[in-house]
Ligand binder design. Structure first.
Ligand code: ADP
Ligand code: MG
Length: 212
């Protein structure tokens, strides 16, 4: 079989059919390198340039483990900006089609708190947001992260550059210590490595080198 075929992964026929309907004919390089470890439950550090398909590499992992019948925040994705959070949430919603009624909520700054609190009261399976705003919800007690199974730090280099480290550390400590943590980044310099390694447990590292 084609080693880049999604069908090499332990995914259901429904899930594979949905990927096909999204036009995902085969895995990108970072997906081929990451997804077997992600679906195996391992922590992961994945480095690949923008546009390489990192969202599906963690999105498929979150959805694979998610229980739609359990109305708790099981997946949490931290992104540096509102625009990126919206993009990730939209991709997750497309990937989740056919998996039942999966609620993906975005929580980002610049929007009023109260509607976000109301949405959290209604419940969500996956939250995608910026560190500052998620930290605000934690401080108010309006979000419960104690059921998070999969924590994703997306664009970890940019989040660190933007000074979100303390917020991220606070959010991580509100998640269960028994969880899967996935870190995605375009670059992974030593200072970010030192800052983030505490968040991960024995991670697999995968890199897709930029094409020259
Ligand atoms: P990154 O996070 O690495 O910058 P994205 O996850 O945003 O990249 O993906 C870039 C684009 O590629 C998106 O439009 C996404 O829908 C598309 N894409 C991702 N994986 C695949 C795939 N396996 N086949 C076809 N298109 C894909
Ligand atoms: Mg991305």
């Amino acid at each position: 079989m084609n080693p880049n075929a999604f069908a090499t992964l332990p995914l259901t026929a429904t899930f594979l059919a949905n990927l096909d309907s999204l036009g995902y004919r085969e895995m990108t390089d970072i997906q081929t390198k990451s997804l077997p470890h992600v679906l195996d439950g391992r922590d992961l550090i994945a480095q690949a340039k923008t546009g390489s398909g990192k969202t599906a590499a963690f999105g498929i992992g979150i959805l694979h483990k998610l229980n739609p019948a359990w109305f708790a925040v099981q997946g949490l994705v931290l992104c540096p900006t509102r625009e990126l959070a919206d993009q990730v949430a939209n991709e997750l919603r497309r990937l989740a089609r056919g998996e039942g009624n999966i609620k993906v909520l975005t929580l980002t700054g610049g929007a009023p708190m109260r509607p976000q609190i109301a949405s959290l009261e209604h419940g969500a399976h996956i939250v995608v947001g910026t560190p500052g705003r998620i930290r605000d919800h934690l401080g108010r007690g309006s979000i419960d992260l104690s059921k998070v199974q999969t924590l994703v730090l997306d664009e970890a280099d940019r989040m660190t550059d933007m000074g979100f480290y303390d917020e991220i550390a606070g959010i991580v400590s509100a998640c269960p210590s028994r969880r899967q943590t996935l870190l995605f980044s375009a670059t992974y310099p030593d200072d970010i490595r030192r800052a983030t390694e505490l968040f991960l447990r024995n991670p697999v590292e995968v890199v897709v080198e930029a094409q020259h």
